[in-house]
Design a protein around this ligand. Structure first.
Ligand SMILES: *Cc1c(COP(=O)(O)O)cnc(C)c1O
Length: 230
């Protein structure tokens, strides 16, 4: 067990963000066009404030409770300038509480969830989470089952913007085929956004056509103990 790491200073977060943008450019991405979503899971509202002060507007959270708590904690201060992205598995019964805060639901992987979002946040911006690695432990819908979900999400009147994918859990597995599959799926369905790439594998994701990388560790350092990745 490691002790909770303190958050870095703002100047350090800015420096690390520059490094992330350099990595995006080195992988062939245009840093102006590949968005950086700051993943603040495991840290408190101060991480959100740091990200906003560093100039980021897209903030990612995995857990409904954390998202709502942080959104409420910074209400009236930084919140006007930021957009919350729900990037973790969402239980249907959490949708109502999340709805006032979430800018983009990135993990839609089943019709029942899409229906609940459409009910509580009509027209909301959503991404379909694809499981392109075939790992049973991973959330997301298999690409060959996803066309039906694309149709259903559109019929519900949701603002389907793209897809989201998570690279393989095992760092020895090449992430490129899965990222390419996600990009191909988006292209085949006329979807502009592809959220993929984390601290460890953002180069492969950008090279495959990511439009948004989601990074936590690269900006804030190791997460406090107890925070889990998906
Ligand atoms: C935790 C998490 C991230 C960020 O991971 P880092 O390795 O800290 O960059 C991105 N996306 C999802 C879905 C996550 O769960």
């Amino acid at each position: 067990m490691t002790a909770p790491a303190p958050l870095p200073e703002l100047s350090e977060v800015r420096r690390r963000l520059d490094v992330v943008r350099e990595r995006i450019a080195a992988a062939g991405g245009d840093p102006e066009r590949v968005a950086v979503c700051a993943v603040t899971k495991g840290f408190g509202p101060d991480a959100v404030r740091l990200a906003v002060e560093a100039g980021l507007v897209d903030i990612g959270e995995n857990y409904a409770q954390e998202l709502v708590a942080k959104a409420e904690a910074i209400e009236g201060t930084a919140e006007a300038d930021l957009r919350w992205h729900m990037i973790g598995t969402v239980q249907r019964n959490k949708v109502r509480r999340l709805a006032p805060h979430v800018h983009c639901w990135q993990t839609v992987d089943r019709i029942e969830l899409a229906e609940e979002i459409a009910r509580r946040a009509p027209g909301a911006r959503v991404l379909i989470q694809l499981n392109t690695t075939g790992e049973a432990s991973k959330a997301g819908i298999a690409p060959d089952e996803a066309p039906r979900l694309v149709e259903a999400v559109r019929e519900l009147g949701l603002g389907l913007r793209g897809v989201m994918a998570v690279g393989p859990t095992d760092p020895r597995v090449d992430p490129t085929p899965g990222f390419r599959a996600a990009r191909r799926f988006a292209d085949d369905h006329g979807l502009p956004e592809v959220s993929m790439g984390m601290t460890r594998d953002l180069e492969a994701a950008v090279a495959a056509g990511s439009t948004m990388v989601r990074v936590g560790t690269a900006l804030f350092g190791a997460r406090p103990t107890g925070a889990t990745a998906t």
